[in-house]
Design a protein around this ligand. Structure first.
Ligand code: NAD
Length: 493
């Protein structure tokens, strides 16, 4: 059965790039298979565009920019809200496409469609609030102020773990600001991006405003970074590739926003109920089978409740079901591909060889070659890979600590600085640790922290800039200062 025959609306399954409002074949006959990670079945193929076709996408985005930026903000808002409505109306098909290409359980995929759509609605409205300023003048007879203007074409390069939301969080902000966009999705998960393009077209978003290019990642990125006409680059993905793109964008002095890797500490204070904290830690660790930049990678538990915490964590973890995301009651789908499984196994082996204890995790129970059974390690220390690298897998590592100063030092002992979790009800501890953590986002007594109204992003090697919130749209706006001089006597100058 083909993917399209499983959808209520088969036209949401597109196997071509989308450039200038047209479904586009690759000129060079290069293509790539897209595989269901749960079954290994080929879902379809996508073309790899040639370099002149990537340049043609820039031409299209440049031509469309003239008209798109000239629309009133409320006109752009209407089109974006129509896109939002279509995302909601097609939620089931979008979720199914996502589960098939990414592997996450269907309820999680539905949640991501909801989450991704919520950014479209948020930024549709924010586009109407890109206010400039009036500046009290220090120059006689002059009026001073600022205008907010769209930066121009934005290139958006996105990962496979959130195939829809990582696109809408960028594209909706850029388009609301008046920019046109060229999206380069991950090769593993192109169909969610292409379904977004189909729905953008139906929503009346003009040709050339939202383009999706497909191709060899280093080649496409190199062209987009070197393109003078591309004024902003927004990337979500690994720190390794983020660094590369920052370097490649230097010659054209682009606006660069980077949402990179995380290595979140999950700190549990001595006053916590170990059961409550352990259940929260399981939720923060195993979402998307651990393939999440917000995953609780280093679980740091006060020594006084460590053993109880470990017991409750193991009990909760044992209740997780691993399987094909299309089946009901599945908590963890497959990892994205075989290399991810091998990396996870290597991280576990490294930890055990350096003294960690394997409390649970029997890989012989894995229901397929891309699946990785949840692993619990205790006695994790700073000389292990699991301490410094994102495992991007369902591998939980627990470490005991003695006091707040020690745990702050442990938590900050990483090049990453995306998100951190803190569980304690002691207000003095909350304030001390919250202030000392070198992370862009800190969730206290909550696993859920993201959504449209908040500034999402990291410090250190986790990135540059913020997505969402009232500042997310600024990544796509220039500030133009004006000085209107020789006005005669101006009141207030
Ligand atoms: P990745 O860096 O391998 O790929 C991301 C994108 O870059 C994809 O579109 C890919 O095709 C492209 N790419 C890959 N190699 C490239 C190269 N050499 N040159 C140019 N482009 C290249 O990341 P991934 O494996 O798809 O995603 C996982 C990473 O994303 C993790 O590190 C995770 O923490 C991070 N992430 C961060 C956030 C955040 O908001 N901070 C959100 C989701 C994922």
């Amino acid at each position: 059965m083909t993917l399209s025959s499983k959808l209520s609306d088969p036209r949401l399954f597109r196997q071509y790039a989308y450039v200038d409002g047209k479904w586009t074949h690759g000129d060079g006959n290069r293509e790539e298979a897209v595989v269901d990670p749960a079954t290994g079945e080929t879902l379809g193929h996508i073309p790899w565009l040639e370099s002149h076709q990537i340049t043609a996408a820039v031409d299209a985005a440049e031509a469309a920019f003239v008209h798109w930026r000239a629309l009133r903000a409320d006109e752009r808002c209407e089109r974006l809200l129509a896109w939002y409505d279509l995302l909601q109306a097609n939620r089931e098909d979008l979720a199914l496409i996502m589960t098939l290409e990414q592997g996450k359980p269907l309820p999680d995929a539905r949640g991501e469609v909801e989450y991704g759509a919520s950014f479209v609605r948020w930024f549709a409205e924010e586009g109407k609030r890109t206010f400039g300023e009036t500046i009290p003048s220090h120059i006689p007879n002059a009026a001073l102020g600022t205008l907010k203007e769209p930066v121009g074409i934005a290139a958006l390069i996105t990962p496979w773990n959130f195939p829809l939301a990582m696109i809408t969080r960028k594209a909706a902000a850029a388009m609301a600001a008046g920019c046109t966009v060229i999206v380069k999705p991950a090769g593993e998960t192109p169909y969610s991006a292409l379904a977004l393009a189909e729905l953008a077209e139906r929503a009346g978003i003009p040709a050339g405003v939202f383009n999706v290019v497909l191709g060899d990642p280093p080649e496409v990125s190199r062209i987009l970074c070197a393109e003078e006409r591309v004024k902003a680059l927004s990337f979500t993905g690994s720190t390794r590739v983020g660094r590369l793109l920052l370097e490649q964008s230097a010659n054209t002095v682009k606006r660069v926003s980077l949402e990179l890797g995380g290595n979140a500490p999950f700190i549990v204070g001595p006053d916590m109920d170990p059961r409550e904290a352990a259940f929260a830690a399981v939720a923060a660790k195993f979402q998307t089978a651990g393939q999440d930049c917000l995953a609780a990678d280093r679980i740091l538990v006060h020594e006084s409740i460590h053993d109880d915490f470990v017991a409750h964590f193991a009990e909760r973890m044992a209740a997780l079901t691993v399987g094909n995301g299309l089946e009901s009651e599945v908590d963890l789908g497959p990892l994205i591909h075989r290399q991810a499984v091998e990396k996870a196994a290597a991280i576990v082996d490294d930890a055990i060889s350096k003294g960690a204890t394997l409390m649970a995790g029997d890989q012989s129970q894995a229901p397929g070659e891309n699946f990785f059974m949840p692993v619990l390690l205790t006695g994790v220390t700073a000389n292990m890979k699991i301490w410094h690298e994102e495992s991007f897998a369902p591998v939980a590592g627990i470490t005991a600590y003695a006091d707040d100063d020690q745990v702050i030092e442990m938590a900050n002992d990483t090049e990453y600085g995306l998100a951190a979790y803190l569980y304690t009800h002691d207000i003095r501890r909350i304030w001390k640790v919250l202030r000392a953590l070198e992370f862009g986002m800190v969730a206290v007594n909550s696993v859920k922290m993201t959504g449209p109204p908040v500034p999402f992003g990291g410090v250190k090697h986790s990135g540059l800039g913020r997505e969402g919130g009232v500042t997310g749209i600024d990544e796509y706006l220039e500030t133009k200062y004006y000085c209107l001089g020789a006005l005669g006597s101006v009141s207030g100058s």
